[in-house]
Structure formats: C-alpha cells, structure tokens
Write a protein that binds this ligand. Structure first.
Ligand SMILES: [Zn+2]
Length: 334
C-alpha cells in the first residue's frame, strides 16, 4: 500500500462527496455514522473505531500464526476498547484493562503480513465510507441507491437454505430473515443491506480505478477485508450495546442489575451482518472476470479467514459478566 494509492482514492472520493461533509473525530464512542443537520449531511469518521479494527486484525493474525486462541485475543481487544470507552470510571476501566492485558497478545507479524493487514484496512475503509454515503443517497431518493432494493429482492427470491450451509447453526436464522424481508418486514435491516449492495458496487469500481488492475490476490484480500469488517462490526455492536445498557448504574455507582435481554435483538444483528457479508462478497466477485475455479477459491479463502466471534461475544455481552465486572470493580476500588 503506497501513498499514491491512498491519494488517488482521496481525490476520487472528493467527487463522490458532493453535498456531504466528512468529519474526522476521535471519540470513545467509536462510531461511524451519518448526522443530518438542517438538510446538511455529515459522515462522522471516528478514528477510534479504526484503531480497534486494526488491533483486531493484528490480534487475529498473530494468534493464528502462533496457533494461539483467537477467541482470547479477540476478547482482549474488545476489553481494551471497553476500558477506553469507560475511561472516566477509573475502577471499572482498570478492571477491564486488566482483562485486556491478561489475555492480549502483542502483534508479531512480518512486514509482508503487516502490509497485507494495511491493504485489508484500506479496503474496509473504502467499503465503509460508501456504505455511509449510500444511507445519504437513499435519504435523498437517489435512483442508483434505491435500485439496490431490486437487486436484493432479486437475489433473495432465488435463495435456498443450502446457500447458508457454511453458517452451521445460524443457517436457519439467515434463511428465515430472507423470507421475512421478502414479506416486507425489517425495513431498517433492508436499508443496511441496500447500503452494503451500493458499497459493494462502488468498491469494485474504485478498486479498478485506484489499483489500475485488480489481480486475483488483491481481490481475495478485498474479500477478506470486508469479511473481517463485518465480523468485527457485529461483535463491536453487540458488546457495546450490552455495556451501554448499564451506563446509568456505572455512572451513579448503583448496584448492577441483570436486564431481561431479548436474544432476538442480537440474533437480528448477527443475521443482518451475515447476509450483508454474503451479498457483498457475491456482488464484488461478480464484477470481475473469474473462472469457476477462481470464484470457488475466493470463497474458500473468505471462509478460511472468517473469524468465529460468537464465544467472545457471548462472554463479553453476557449480563452475568457485565454485572459481576461492575460490582467487582466497585468493590476492589483499584
Ligand atoms: Zn449502515
């Protein structure tokens, strides 16, 4: 990844940002989002989010290379984020920081592996900025953005259960959600998927523009970068939502009380993320001339690189864990 490549992208991006402000911030909320103010659209680009996405990739890469537990490495990255997120509450923050340092592993990658990681981050950022632009274009009733809905309905009407076989225990959930979206349910999730489809198309165009020629290796790294981002986002959203739900208790030092959690909310998030990822990869690959063998290999690479985050997610977002952590941190008075 050289500076020229990035500069080309910034130049091209400027043309896409007509009537849109891009605002770089660093906040512990770590959110990439769109803000609307008097008809002016601003994309909030939080560098804190990307800091943890980079840590996540480095942790997963190092753990796999050294045959260490990926779940622990991923848990440590999220605990480190939570420690920063709640940094104003010193006891809790240092409690979480201890978990992070106990399970965390120092990145240990060759320069070649680091380069590959940077390429994945770069591609994830391209995808992500177009995902946000898509939300704005949908709100502006832009024809190209709205047409993504037809693409989704077309794809979904051909979906069969066995397409989700690789998702194991999640296959039913995904298939069920496809049916419900076809019935007109889940409007918010449909918009997320529309934004993914829009971003997949733009990413394909821009990869060609920026790199001149997209060889098969770069295409596979793009697929991996998008896959990693989707998994990270899913983990990040579920865990931070669970913790933010206890903000009042943390803020006022009250006894933490487990909340009644509707597991369906997290399931929706997981299905949304899985469907978005599968559609994005399918569409991205369809924009390049590939043999059947190459298409097969690209998917194989995607599946091999896929990070199973469900254990880390279940642990860090469990009500029991959160309440114990808040209580222990308060009691021990670090
Ligand atoms: Zn979105």
């Amino acid at each position: 990844m050289n500076k020229n490549t990035e500069n080309t992208f910034v130049k091209l991006l400027a043309e896409e940002l007509e009537y849109i402000d891009l605002c770089f911030v660093y906040s512990t909320q770590a959110r990439i989002a769109v803000r609307i103010d008097n008809g002016q659209y601003t994309i909030i680009w939080d560098e804190c989010y990307w800091k943890y996405y980079r840590k996540y990739l480095l942790a997963v890469g190092t753990a796999r290379k050294n045959k260490m537990a990926v779940t622990q490495a991923v848990t440590a990255v999220m605990a480190e984020h939570l420690s920063e997120r709640f940094s104003t509450f010193i006891d809790l923050s240092s409690f979480l920081g201890k978990i992070a340092s106990q399970f965390g592993i120092a990145p240990n990658l060759t320069s070649e592996e680091t380069d590959r990681t940077e390429t994945r981050i770069f591609i994830a950022k391209i995808f992500s900025v177009f995902h946000e632009i898509a939300h704005i274009r949908i709100a502006q009733k832009d024809t190209a953005a709205l047409k993504t809905k037809d693409i989704i309905f077309h794809m979904f009407s051909h979906v069969q259960k066995e397409h989700f076989a690789s998702l194991d225990e999640w296959a039913d959930l995904h298939f069920h959600m496809v049916q419900e979206i076809l019935e007109g349910k889940h409007e918010e999730i449909l918009e997320e998927l529309m934004a993914d489809v829009y971003a997949a198309g733009k990413t394909a165009v821009y990869l060609k523009e920026i790199f001149g020629y997209v060889n098969f290796t770069l295409l596979c790294e793009s697929v991996a970068g998008i896959g990693y981002l989707s998994g990270f986002q899913n983990l990040f959203n579920v865990v931070t939502r669970s913790w933010d739900g206890h903000y009042t208790e943390i803020r006022f030092g009250l006894d933490p009380r487990p909340r009644e959690i509707d597991p369906y909310i997290n399931e929706l998030e997981t299905a949304r993320s899985g469907l978005g990822r599968i559609m994005t990869v399918t569409l991205l690959l369809s924009r390049f001339e590939l043999s059947d063998q190459q298409r097969f290999e690209a998917w194989k690479y995607h599946d091999e690189e896929h990070v199973k985050t469900s254990t880390a997610m279940d642990c860090l977002s469990s009500e029991e864990f959160i309440c114990t952590a808040i209580q222990e941190a308060g009691r021990s008075g670090f």
